[in-house]
Design a protein around this ligand. Structure first.
Ligand code: 5GP
Ligand code: MN
Length: 341
């Protein structure tokens, strides 16, 4: 970790610390933030977690979920806290723009900044950086950070439950982005008494009737399969938003369902927001959606899971995506898969 000794010295005495993560926080964003919060709080620091936008309801059972400030709802108070912070943690994001409405506030802060993240191509806005794209999740990296601090014996059930959530969500329940290194950490967590069955149930069996109906609608009415490119598109319009009263987070996970079709290698969820069209992409194997998102949609992420956004009419964005796939990636998407086990 870059400048680790400097950071360790700083953390040797109580500090005012703010933990931030990306807009529209997911399990890894919230898990890593709350895991770090419980750890640093135990060390005697004053910690505030501030998320740019609303948090996902399905994680409301997490310990101290209600202590997290949502910047868009608490601007004046949160701004004051960020301005008073001595250290700011940037967890689970690689680019300052991913904290949206908090970007300039954090960028202009004089606090010592620490990035812990696993996305490709981290931007240079933190003094201390732990960036590792081979990690399953930021939660895994927070666990390794605590190890690096020499504080494994400080781990407790609150820290580990929070970190387990992000590991579960970012690996899709241990289906991708796993490694022997991750499973060793998970084994330690289970030895500590973390309950995989209970946490998996809370995380994965978490649809509301509304979001389940919405998923059904996306699959039966909005899915288009481009057979000759092994690609699936779910496009959700503003009309759908009104009809289903779609809120932030309701479409979480929809894009992953497209990949359940055996031949599909590339999947995209295109959502028409009020001012912008958002894309969420997934792929299997060597096919990189990171490249598509960063080249055409002002985004990025990981090879197999990326996102982006573009200010163009909804229909035009769907066409741009189809043209890109058809003109540039058809061969790659249809080349024979050699399955070697
Ligand atoms: P999701 O599709 O679940 O929103 O995000 C998948 C991955 O892509 C996440 O790791 C996320 O950080 C990244 N990602 C999503 N949206 C954006 C975006 O607009 N810009 C960038 N740079 N990355 C994104
Ligand atoms: Mn993550």
């Amino acid at each position: 970790m870059q400048n680790f000794d400097q950071l360790k010295d700083l953390l040797a005495s109580p500090k005012r610390i703010v933990i931030t993560s990306h807009a529209n926080p997911d399990g890894d964003a919230l898990g890593s933030s709350l895991g770090m919060y419980h750890y640093l709080k135990k060390q005697g620091h004053r910690i505030t977690v501030i998320m740019p936008t609303e948090m996902p309801d399905f994680l409301c059972w997490m310990k101290d979920f209600d202590q997290v400030l949502v910047y868009e709802n608490t601007r004046t108070f949160s701004t004051k806290i960020v301005k008073e912070a001595e250290i700011i943690f940037a967890l689970d994001y690689n680019s300052i723009s991913r904290i949206e409405n908090m970007s300039s506030l954090v960028a202009n802060s004089t606090a010592y900044k620490v990035m812990i993240d696993h996305h490709m191509y981290p931007e240079d806005f933190c003094q201390s950086v732990l960036s590792d794209t081979s990690a399953s999740s930021t939660c895994q990296l927070v666990y390794e950070f605590i190890e690096l601090m020499g504080d494994v014996n400080e781990l407790n059930v609150d820290i580990l439950n929070a970190l387990y959530v992000g590991i579960l969500t970012d690996t899709g329940g241990f289906r991708y982005a796993t490694s022997a290194r991750l499973f060793r950490i998970v084994a330690s967590m289970l030895e500590f008494g973390i309950d995989n069955n209970k946490l998996s149930d809370l995380v994965f069996n978490s649809y509301t009737v509304k979001s389940f109906n919405l998923l059904a609608h996306c699959i039966s009415d909005c899915l288009e399969i481009i057979e000759d490119c092994n690609t699936g598109i779910v496009a959700v319009s503003q009309a759908d938003h009104k009809r289903f009263n779609i809120q932030r987070g309701d479409l979480e996970g929809v894009v992953n369902f497209i990949l359940k079709i055996q031949k599909i290698r590339c999947a995209v969820l295109i959502t028409e927001r009020r001012e912008i069209v958002k894309l969420s992409m997934r792929s299997k194997g060597d096919f990189s959606v990171q490249k598509i998102c960063s080249t055409y949609f002002n985004g990025g992420g990981h090879k197999n899971a990326s996102g982006g956004a573009i200010k163009k009419p909804f229909k035009e964005v769907i066409k741009i995506f189809k043209d890109v796939i058809n003109n540039e990636y058809k061969d790659e998407l249809t080349k024979k898969l050699m399955v070697e086990l």
